[in-house]
Design a protein around this ligand. Structure first.
Ligand SMILES: *Cc1c(COP(=O)(O)O)cnc(C)c1O
Length: 399
């Protein structure tokens, strides 16, 4: 006879779990058999225990093993939301959320300059299902209304844009969406919950590529959807059908990574700001894009939105070299600590040239118009000693 499922362990976010670090370490922990760390439940299915709804059968694809549940609880707790869902990748979180919320004939309003995968999903895949879209300047609220249609259902934004680290008018977006009955979705990957918690600012859904800061060790691909219980449940049911569920071992690694999220991101915030200040003062550099610099056009907005509860301006920055493409190429070739690789948010500092990597698909004139020049270098600041990073950058600039 099957025992009833162990609906136990931590009652959702114990009142004692107040601070972000405490939630990161303890929320959702399953001390099964006295284990301090939630073990990997490497089993595809569990015995029947009287479930009546298909979606409640305990099976990895149905996103409800103890490893999934623990993560859901932790992710909801750290962004102050009712519920969360982990997915097999960031793109699984984004595509599944959009597919769950939009149907044929619906219209999506989205900020322009989205993450490449999201942009292509919206422009290549959604139209095949009869779901239309318009891109708007996320920092020009006055222009949004003209793009509304009778069947506009949702407004999609990113907390920080890649690679210029721009910040849309997030407060206006929430207000606009509320007054027009739109759902708000925001890709919060670049900020991480340490620096920005979208639900606290009125967004309906926060999406993550957990591949980046949430896991933080560049060793798995995963995603997350965080928000109200009803919305997350709709998305969970869609995910159950589409099948993009996270494997329990990857759940285990993600939970392990999450425990140090706040410590890592605060270190990265501080190092990125120090590196940004160094670069800004260097004669070989003409522009540095980092929201912690007073020269960032939205520095005041960033300070208002990201500064609370020990948050900061993030670990991402980009900069433009005075001598353009050739100098950028030299910089990327000469660095010895920074690793030349895509992605972000891990322990290793990374460099890329967006014009030849993430944005290589854009026509050169369009790239230049957006400000993604051939002389632009993007950096994901890792966990190394910041003086070493600055010395490495100096040597690469002057070498
Ligand atoms: C990496 C990334 C994604 C996609 O996530 P995957 O885990 O690679 O599927 C989505 N949005 C942003 C902002 C990203 O950086």
């Amino acid at each position: 006879m099957a025992k009833p499922p162990v609906e136990r362990a931590s009652p959702p976010t114990k009142p004692a779990f107040r601070g972000l670090e405490t939630k990161l370490v303890h929320a959702g922990a399953d001390h099964v058999q006295g284990a301090v760390v939630t073990p990997v439940f490497q089993t595809a299915q569990f015995e029947y225990a009287g479930e009546t709804d298909y979606h409640d059968l305990r099976y990895i694809r149905l996103n409800n093993t103890p490893n999934h549940r623990g993560l859901h609880e932790k992710l909801a707790a750290i962004e102050g939301a009712e519920a969360a869902l982990v997915t097999a990748s960031g793109m699984a979180a984004i595509s599944t959320a959009l597919l769950a919320l939009l149907q044929q004939g619906d219209h999506l309003l989205a900020q322009s300059c989205l993450y490449g995968g999201t942009h292509d999903f919206v422009t290549d895949d959604l139209p095949l299902l009869g779901i239309e879209h318009d891109f708007v300047d996320g920092d020009a609220p006055g222009s949004w209304r003209a793009k509304l249609r009778p069947r506009t259902k949702a407004f999609y934004l990113e907390t920080l844009s890649n690679p210029l680290i721009q910040i849309p008018d997030l407060e206006a977006a929430v207000e606009f969406a509320r007054s027009h009955g739109l759902l708000t979705l925001i890709d919060n990957t670049f900020a991480s919950p340490v620096n920005f918690r979208p639900i606290e600012h009125g967004f309906d859904l926060s999406l993550h590529s957990a591949t980046k800061y949430l896991n933080g060790h560049s060793d798995i691909v995963a995603g997350a959807v965080i928000g109200g219980a009803e919305l997350v449940d709709r998305i969970r049911r869609k995910l159950n059908h589409l099948g993009g569920s996270l494997d329990p071992h990857a759940c285990f690694l993600l939970e392990r990574g999450l425990k140090t999220l706040a410590v890592r991101v605060r270190h990265q915030n501080a190092s990125a700001l120090a590196l940004a200040r160094f670069l800004e003062a260097h004669p070989a550099v003409i522009r540095v894009n980092h929201p912690g610099l007073a020269s960032h056009p939205r520095h005041a907005r960033a300070a208002r939105l990201f500064g609370g509860s020990g948050g900061g301006f993030g670990g991402m920055l980009s900069f433009e070299l005075a001598d353009g493409e050739e100098a950028a190429r030299r910089f990327v070739e000469r660095v010895r600590i920074f690793v030349r690789a895509p992605s972000l948010g891990g322990a290793e500092s990374l460099v890329t040239r967006p014009a030849t990597t993430s944005h290589a698909g854009l026509p050169p004139a369009e790239r230049e118009r957006l400000g993604i020049t051939a002389g632009l270098v993007r950096v994901s600041v890792g966990l190394e000693t910041v003086e070493d990073l600055i010395d490495d950058a100096r040597a690469a600039l002057e070498g």
